[in-house]
Design a protein around this ligand. Structure first.
Ligand SMILES: Cc1ncc(COP(=O)(O)O)c(C=O)c1O
Length: 457
């Protein structure tokens, strides 16, 4: 494990508290309708929200959205926002991309779900093969499901009990992945784990990102069915792989008979075929969700022919009800959305626009960090960028978490929101869509300069 360095005291805490109070008051004054809706919602929804994590935004109550289109949205109080959260990647294609809407409307009139394939499934599979290189695909409702099914299948074909994940990973609500390392290097449940079914030490091995010797030791037990990894961590800020890390991971998993599952749900921001295509990675299985349906629930997992053959040989009859599937998995509406979104929206040309926008965003943030003299830095992965409250890039998730600063993060998020800019909650990430503009990016830079200036100026 990396020994975490203590977070530097980057800001005056009294000033931060005063600014936060002022921003909370400003938000409450500017959003009376959202406030009233939230008060009413408390009578019928737990904590007044349709899903509990919506209470975690930096604002005193959530914004209620009136409508979203392109790279922005309007709240019920009539304020317009530039959206760099983009539904935490679910709306990376932009809000309501026309080809996706047209395909979905057409399919809705032809049958939303019927437990039978449509030819969109073939178009989607062929396009995924073209992008990621894997020949065989299955479809789910969410990336969580695609991860869950991949690790079940890996256990079925290897006969091994455990999976291996990176410390501070996030792969959706997959029980086995809510595991971390305690200071003694033992596997324990993360603080976030709600009602874990079993002790995760029974199901999971955990290694720090970029730690080849730890990986080697963990795989030597030869009890790991699957390594499930993001090729760069994106859920504790962006942590990039060091040169040679993926080669070592591939080599070790092959030698130890472990299935390598790469989760590209967020890292598809690196390019049309994610980091797998960009960096020539060779996963046995690959998961991607969220983006691919343009906002319609959709996830998928792909595999090599070798894995496909082993699955066919290992699965019992009636495997449809054995923990893999779901009535709406691979349903017609979702497949229509995937085919249109990948075929016509998140195209090669779209990435050629999105990636320079993220470069511009990162350059703007970097300039503010330098001119305001704060010991932070900005990292970018394709169309996604993020600032971290530490001067140099973290090597692994624990190092990043050691520099997390929630009060500071909350202030920056809320102050940005009050000035018409939405960042991804829980960290400092911005994602570009094909319809994000340079003006949107420059607006963020100006707002960031103003709010960091208020903090340290
Ligand atoms: C890398 C990764 N995989 C999987 C998921 C799960 O996606 P979903 O919540 O849509 O199932 C997430 C969600 O943030 C993710 O970041």
């Amino acid at each position: 494990m990396t020994a975490p360095t203590p977070a530097p005291s980057t800001v005056d805490r009294d000033r931060l508290a005063r600014l936060m109070t002022a921003e909370r008051e400003r938000f409450a004054r500017a959003h009376p309708r959202s406030g009233k809706l939230h008060a009413r919602a408390r009578a019928s929804l737990l904590d007044g929200v349709p899903m509990n994590w919506m209470t975690e935004w930096a604002s005193p109550f959530p914004l209620f959205v009136e409508s979203a289109s392109g790279a922005g949205f309007r709240c019920v109080d009539g304020h317009e926002y530039v959206d760099f959260c983009l539904g935490d990647t679910g709306a990376m294609a932009g809000h309501g991309p026309a080809p996706t809407i047209a395909a979905v409307e057409r399919q809705m009139r032809r049958g939303i779900t019927h437990m039978l394939p449509t030819d969109d499934a073939i178009g989607a599979g062929e396009e995924l093969t073209r992008r990621f290189g894997l020949p065989l695909w299955q479809f789910t409702m969410t990336a969580t499901d695609a991860n869950r099914f991949s690790i079940r299948l890996a256990r079925a074909i290897t006969g091994r009990p455990r999976i291996l994940v990176h410390d501070e990973c996030y792969h959706g609500s997959v029980d086995e992945t809510f595991a971390t390392l305690d200071p003694g290097g033992r596997v324990v449940a993360t603080d976030l784990s709600i009602g874990p079914p079993v002790d995760p030490a029974l199901t999971t091995r955990v290694v720090p990102f970029n730690d080849v010797p730890a990986l080697e030791r963990a795989l030597a037990h030869e009890d790991v069915a699957a390594v499930l990894v993001e090729p760069a961590l994106t859920n504790v800020g962006i942590v990039l792989p060091e040169p040679g890390y993926h080669e070592a991971l591939r080599d070790l998993t092959r030698r130890r008979g472990t299935v390598l599952v790469i989760d590209e749900t967020h890292t598809i921001c690196a390019g049309p075929g994610g980091m797998t295509a960009r960096d020539g990675l060779e996963p046995d299985m690959l998961v991607v969700g969220k983006t691919i349906g343009g906002g319609i629930p959709a996830g998928t997992y792909g595999m090599t022919h070798a894995i496909g053959d082993r699955i066919r040989a290992a699965l019992p009859p009636r495997a449809d009800v054995g923990g893999i599937g779901g009535t709406l998995a691979g349903y017609a509406l979702s497949l229509a959305a995937i085919r249109a979104t990948l075929g016509e929206v998140l195209t090669e040309e779209a990435f050629e626009r999105m990636i320079p926008l993220a470069e511009r965003w990162a350059a703007g943030v970097d300039e503010v960090i330098r001119s305001r003299g704060v010991p932070w830095h900005v990292t970018r992965l394709g169309a996604r960028a993020e600032y971290h409250f530490m001067p140099t890039p973290p090597r692994d998730g624990a190092e990043q978490m050691a520099h997390a600063d929630h009060p500071l993060e909350n202030y920056l998020h809320l102050a940005a929101m009050n000035r018409g800019v939405l960042m991804t909650p829980f960290h400092n990430m911005a994602l570009m869509s094909p319809v994000t503009s340079t003006a949107d990016v420059d607006r963020h830079t100006a707002v960031f300069d103003e709010i960091v200036g208020a903090l340290v100026g």
